[in-house]
Design a protein around this ligand. Structure first.
Ligand SMILES: [Zn+2]
Length: 119
């Protein structure tokens, strides 16, 4: 008894089993026998194309809502400049330092002396 088995081997690495793929590009047909790993890119393309066609033919179920325009949020209201520069009142008890009180006359005198120093 003689049994002849025909098997398709991959064109690229002679792996079996292989499937025959026919691709027509611009009227030019290509036929290849490819094992599963080598046919993977083609299988992926077929699957993607099928999904794309299904999505294109499907009713607009996934209608994307129009882009919402969000106006930029205004910056928080600034605190008044006076409040920002306000320094806490130093406690008079702490340190025992007495504030130096300068009279107007003394200030004028200091100004004159500094002016003289500069000259
Ligand atoms: Zn192969």
């Amino acid at each position: 008894m003689k049994i002849t088995v025909e098997a398709t081997a991959c064109d690229l690495d002679k792996e079996m089993p292989a499937r025959t793929y026919g691709i027509t590009v611009d009227g030019e047909s290509h036929e290849m026998d490819l094992c599963a790993p080598h046919a993977k890119p083609i299988e992926d393309l077929i699957e993607k194309a099928r999904q794309a066609r299904e999505q294109a033919s499907a009713p607009a179920a996934k209608a994307v809502p129009p882009m919402q325009f969000n106006p930029p949020t205004p910056p928080p209201p600034r605190r008044s400049a006076a409040r920002q520069t306000e320094t806490p009142t130093p406690r008079k008890r702490a340190g025992g330092r007495r504030p130096k009180i300068t009279s107007l006359a003394e200030i004028e005198a200091q100004k004159k002396t500094t002016q003289q120093d500069q000259d």
